[in-house]
Design a protein around this ligand. Structure first.
Ligand code: URA
Length: 434
């Protein structure tokens, strides 16, 4: 097949066939098609788009470019969840143990943080000793034994996506629904679960800046999943401010442990209720939302969910004593309080800006290979639309030195404002039907 013809077809707005898409992915992964030609095709896709069939074929070709994880040895409906990313997003660390405690197996492959967004793997690695690189057999055995495991994606899962994502990053072709949807779904499909609950974020702390584009992405991923015979559920969440109070790796794990002990920030509780209920229903352990929410609440109240997290930490070679002793987490040397300069209502003007504070502190990545400081971050003491008085502490910054703390404080103050008015309320969660 002549790849120039494929580029020409997409450039002229024509539909690519399954054979053309398969040929593109197979020969790109094998190194036969050079980056410059693939860049041209990516830009043509970016400008011309793909229809549902093309997007599905692209996803499957990418999923099948590497190993397809076989979870059939684990009894029951395996339910995965995925978030398109955000700031302070500790949902997986809270939801996975709750859902597992309700009898739904969760075999989850997660990612690392990049840019202003955090990653579940980095957060888990702030638990001393915690290993995210389990072998496939160990991963499966752990899910069979305790109902839940969270590991890093192996190199053999969807290698086409790794190549394409790196190329999109340097060719201004990341922000395109068919490319984002096929990238995410290829990894999810190759990871082997039977059902996926998608949390698609929108706002100043997300890829998708508005609700409508988040819905378009959610619909596309839903369609791909359904064509691949997966059960799909999607929720749209507002990421115009960080989720919960803590932003930063170990600080978020502590917040997640507190949540599993029953001390949950109201916004975290809202998202957890929705996501866990969807996962429990997808796993066929409840028929309706009310029953599922009751089951999740019981898993929390009884301490069963916290026990699952303890076992998961133990199995993945981490120190489970962290659950009762937060001093075992890496500790930042400097704590700085940020104070309100006037009376009014706090407004978060840039959620990504707050994520950037963690990067300034050394707790977020600029390049994929970068080592990060797991101890640093911040705790919001006042959330969006809450009233403050001059001199109130609005945020605590945890830094490795005074200079970083001062830079992060400046960044924080640039990301919020104190307004005379409370501002409009926006729902935290939408479904596709809203
Ligand atoms: N996350 C992914 O895995 N892929 C994208 O293209 C965007 C976000």
């Amino acid at each position: 097949m002549n790849f120039i013809n494929t580029i020409e077809k997409k450039r002229d707005g024509e539909k690519l066939s399954r054979a053309e898409i398969r040929d593109f992915i197979t020969r790109y992964v094998s190194g036969e098609i050079p980056d410059y030609q693939v860049s041209a095709l990516l830009m043509a896709i970016y400008l011309r788009g793909c229809d549902e069939e093309e997007t599905f074929e692209l996803t499957m070709a990418m999923a099948e470019s590497g190993d397809m994880v076989d979870l059939s040895g684990i009894p029951g409906i395996k339910v995965d969840k995925h978030s398109t990313g955000g700031v302070g997003d500790k949902v997986t660390i809270i939801a996975a143990p709750i859902v597992a405690a309700c009898g739904v197996p969760v075999a989850k492959m997660s990612g690392r943080g990049l840019g202003f967004t955090g990653g579940t793997l980095d957060k888990l690695e702030s638990i001393p000793g915690f290993v995210v690189g389990l072998k496939e057999e160990e991963f499966i055995t752990q899910v069979k034994e305790i109902g839940c495991a969270v590991i890093g994606q192996t190199k053999s899962v969807a290698p086409a996506d790794k190549l394409l994502y790196a190329l999109r990053d340097v060719t201004a072709t990341v922000g395109c629904v068919p490319l984002i949807a096929s990238s995410i779904m290829s990894k999810k499909i190759a990871s082997g679960s039977n059902a996926i609950v998608m949390e698609v974020t929108y706002g100043t702390g997300a890829f998708m800046k508005d609700e409508e584009s988040a819905k378009a992405l959610a619909r596309t991923m839903n369609d791909i999943g359904k064509r691949a015979n997966l059960k799909m559920e999607a929720v749209i969440t507002n990421m115009n401010e960080p989720l919960g109070y803590a932003v930063g790796n170990s600080l978020e794990i502590i917040e997640a442990i507190e949540a599993l002990k029953g001390n949950m920030a109201p916004d975290v509780m809202e998202v957890i209720a929705e996501v866990t209920a969807d996962m429990i229903i997808a796993g066929e352990k409840a028929k309706d939302s009310e029953t599922a929410v009751n089951m999740a609440e019981e898993a929390l109240r009884s301490g069963k969910a916290l026990e699952v997290l303890r076992k998961m930490i133990e199995k993945q070679h981490g120190d489970p004593r962290v659950i009762d002793d937060y001093d075992l987490f890496p500790k930042a040397r400097v704590k700085k309080e940020v104070k309100a300069a006037e009376d009014g209502y706090l407004r978060v003007t840039s959620c990504a800006g707050i994520g950037e504070c963690v990067k300034i502190l050394g707790g977020g990545r600029i390049t994929k290979e970068q080592e990060i400081d797991l101890s640093v971050g911040l705790i919001m003491k006042v959330k969006d639309r809450e009233k403050v008085n001059k001199g109130d502490v609005i945020c605590e910054i945890y830094a490795s030195d005074e200079k970083d703390a001062a830079n992060a404080e400046r960044q924080y103050l640039d990301s919020v404002k104190i307004s005379e008015k409370e501002g409009h309320w926006h729902p935290l969660i939408y479904t596709l039907n809203d």
